[in-house]
Unconditional design. Structure first.
Length: 145
């Protein structure tokens, strides 16, 4: 496969099967391009809206889960022999944070994401995160089915 000149590939993960497939594709692309892989997980702060004054226990547990989630992907990177990577856990709306903030922060030239994530109700009501990423990203986007 010919090199397509991606230097910084951002992979958005949420632990879903679609995210796992997207991660595998991003891993392959990082190898082919000798690119840096940026693994990100955005904690959707709207999930805390019903928690009393952002209950610190819930936030702490969510952060811990996110760190463990990212670590499972880092372990896979290391197994695959990829040493150029960074991780980013952020808070906010994944739809906004991934395409606008995180992609710009890491000078991303490709965003890889799964076609569907964990939240089917939100997707039905407001559109998917992947749809939003393709709409707002200023770089190439690969949506993995």
């Amino acid at each position: 496969m010919a090199k397509v000149n991606y230097d910084n590939i951002l992979i958005a993960v949420d632990g879903s099967e679609a995210a796992n497939k997207a991660f595998q594709r991003a891993l392959s692309l990082a190898k082919i391009n000798d690119a840096k892989l940026i693994i990100t997980h955005v904690i959707d702060t709207r999930a805390f809206a019903t928690a009393e004054a952002y209950d610190q226990t819930i936030i702490s547990q969510t952060e811990k889960y996110s760190e463990e989630l990212i670590q499972t992907y880092v372990d896979q990177l290391k197994e695959a022999g990829i040493s150029k990577y960074e991780t980013k856990i952020d808070f906010g709306s994944p739809k906004v944070k991934i395409a606008k903030d995180i992609a710009n922060e890491f000078d991303t030239d490709l965003i890889v994401c799964g076609a569907t994530g964990l939240n089917a109700v939100e997707r039905f009501l407001m559109g998917s995160v992947s749809e939003s990423i393709t709409r707002y990203a200023t770089c190439d986007v690969l949506v993995v089915r």
